[in-house]
Design a protein around this ligand. Structure first.
Ligand code: 13P
Length: 298
């Protein structure tokens, strides 16, 4: 369902005190009472190979955003699309120096849930916070499958991220086998309820969910927008049962899985898709700049 800019602006202005979203051309109307700021995130995973390449990518991306008309990612354009980059740990500080000036946030691809100590190879929430991270990915499917993150420790990581004043992007989604069995909703409901167990309604204001069907990640198979939208709507019903309508309508839910410049506009035309979590295409400055500058289609 589409809304005109004036309707959006009027609705947003009338609810400006209720929550922090500011009027913006791309803001999405969750209901008459709630609107959601779009959020586009680039998860670089274990790429690129060197710091020099990482800074080239970051600089190239920022330069392209400056060139693009109507970009909503630049500083001082309040309320426009929020953009977050997730570089590998060693590059976070320097990438932040490059992109921070353009109003782009950085996040950590993961944290450990303990505060400090003998945990060789791990990083804590306070560490990534201290180098400027505002977001943390929790429960990414690659962490679940390759590094044995289970719902109990994902829940602990979500809570630790919130405790340190950062925002978790909780990744959920069904595998190919689960999709074939027709249990997508059951899987998502279970992950949401376990991974957010004990998270307060107040803290839910700082949580983002990314629905990433595992079979769509890195495969070139994008979930069709209508199907993804239905899952997003279902996730909101789960959150309404766990919390209430306000939480369900306010939370931002990204879609992730083979998002490209070709598929982003169709996805973002959906009522309940509030942004994308992008892997492969975020490693190309031009592709990710186009994704961030998605076009509104009727
Ligand atoms: P791709 O965009 O490469 O499919 O990766 C999606 C993803 O896993 C983002 O976290």
């Amino acid at each position: 369902m589409k809304f005109t800019a004036s309707l959006l602006a009027a609705s947003l202005a009338s609810t400006a005190d209720a929550f922090s979203v500011k009027p913006a051309g791309y803001a999405r109307l969750g209901s008459e009472l709630y609107a959601r700021q779009p959020i586009m995130a680039g998860n670089w995973k274990m790429n690129p190979s060197t710091e020099a390449d990482a800074l080239n990518l970051a600089n190239g991306f920022v330069a392209l955003l400056h060139e693009m008309e109507d970009t909503c990612a630049m500083d001082e354009v309040e309320g426009c699309t929020e953009v977050v980059l997730f570089p590998p740990f060693p590059f976070i500080s320097k990438v932040k120096d490059v992109v921070g000036k353009a109003g782009i946030a950085v996040g950590s691809q993961q944290v450990y849930y303990e505060d400090k100590g003998a945990f060789t190879g791990s990083v804590s929430a306070s560490m990534v916070k201290s180098v400027g991270c505002e977001y943390v990915l929790c429960g990414h499917s690659e962490r679940r499958t390759l590094f044995s993150d289970d719902d109990v420790n994902i829940n602990a990581k979500v809570k630790k991220t919130l405790e340190f004043g950062m925002k978790p992007i909780l990744c959920i989604g069904e595998t190919k086998e689960e999709f074939d069995l027709g249990i997508t909703k059951e899987v998502c409901a279970m992950q949401v309820s376990k991974d957010l167990a004990g998270v307060s309604k107040e803290d839910m204001k700082n949580v983002v969910i990314a629905y990433e069907p595992v079979w769509a990640i890195g495969t070139g198979l994008v979930c069709d927008p209508e199907s993804a939208n239905k899952v997003h709507q279902f996730i909101r019903t789960v959150l309404e049962r766990m919390y209430d309508k306000e939480v369900a309508e306010n939370i931002r839910i990204q879609y992730g899985g083979s998002v490209t410049p070709e598929s982003v506009d169709g996805l973002m035309a959906m009522s309940d898709i509030d942004g994308c979590l992008v892997g492969g295409a975020s490693l190309f400055a031009d592709k990710f700049a186009r994704i961030v500058n998605f076009k509104q289609v009727d």
